[in-house]
Write a protein that binds this ligand. Structure first.
Ligand code: NAP
Length: 254
């Protein structure tokens, strides 16, 4: 199956992976709407090209989502490919379950996506179908130490996408789950721990765009070594699993 160029909408398209995906899609003939909160970032990605259109949006604002959805459809006609890539990543101290920090991460990464679903699915049904993708993470494969809020939002997102894949298939809406390993971006530059198999942003974008357009498979996960490492850990019996994840804790902050 090949997905032909049409109209894509990338949430989180002002920086990092989302920006690289938007630029690559435009190079391959797509018209791309990009959204995020920082208008200057969106404008610099669009760089005056008519194939990339900025639509500033905060995914924690339901009213703005409805207005944006209407505006994108009114101006671009339809949404063939939707990619949700907005995320907040807050390095948290081990054992810190501060509600405000959790709330910000959940409200953006998980509820931000959920807020967009009803109007998006309505639009895709109206136009006869579409591809609906979200960037989760290999960090969602299991409960990752030092990553309580972020990892659990990505796990929730994978679970939700699995439900949606089955439920929306009869409506001709193809649900896709993207699970990158570590990629260089604003998000990971805060990290003070080793990031194995770290990828360049453009490399990640190429894998995502190829995965989305050259097949209709559910899971687009990379790099392979990181994916197999994380999946193997997930399938370990809990005794071995917790011995291993316990070793991921920093020595000075157990
Ligand atoms: N980098 C990695 O190693 C890695 C690995 C696995 C998965 N991912 C996922 O890949 C996606 C892209 O991340 P990235 O690494 O490219 O980092 P990034 O450059 O920080 O991208 C995150 C994007 O989310 C947008 N965003 C944050 N809060 C938002 C809000 N309330 N409303 C609208 N947009 C919002 C940001 O734009 P504004 O600040 O302008 O709103 C930014 O463009 C994320 O879902 C991330 O979880 C990344």
């Amino acid at each position: 199956m090949t997905l032909r160029p049409g109209v894509a909408w990338v949430i989180g398209g002002g920086s990092g992976i989302g920006a690289a995906v938007a630029i690559l899609l435009a190079q391959r003939g797509w018209t791309v709407a990009i959204s995020g909160r920082r208008e200057d970032k969106l404008n610099s990605v669009a760089n005056g090209q008519s194939s990339i259109r900025p639509y500033p949006l905060d995914v924690t604002d339901s009213v703005a989502i409805a207005e944006n959805m209407n505006q994108v459809v009114a101006e671009l006609g339809r949404i063939d490919l939707f990619i949700f890539g907005a995320a907040a990543w807050q390095p948290m101290k081990v054992g810190n379950y501060d509600f405000e920090q959790f709330h910000r991460v959940v409200d953006t990464n998980y509820l931000g996506f959920v807020r967009m679903l009803a109007p998006l699915v309505t639009q895709m049904e109206r136009q006869g179908g579409g591809h609906l993708a979200a960037i989760a993470s290999v960090a969602g494969y299991f409960g990752l130490p030092r990553s309580a809020a972020y990892s659990s939002t990505k796990a929730g997102m994978i679970n939700l996408l699995e439900t949606m894949r089955a439920e929306l298939a009869p409506k001709n809406i193809v649900v896709r789950m993207i699970a990158p390993g570590f990629v260089k971006s604003e998000l990971t530059e805060k990290n003070d721990f080793p990031m194995p198999f770290l990828l360049e942003t453009d490399d990640a974008a190429r894998r995502i765009v190829d995965g989305l357009t050259q097949s209709d498979r559910f899971e687009i996960a990379f790099p392979r070594r990181m994916v197999w490492l994380m999946k193997t850990i997930r399938w370990l019996p809990y005794g071995a699993f917790f011995r291993l994840t316990g070793r991921m804790l920093p020595r000075d902050n157990p």
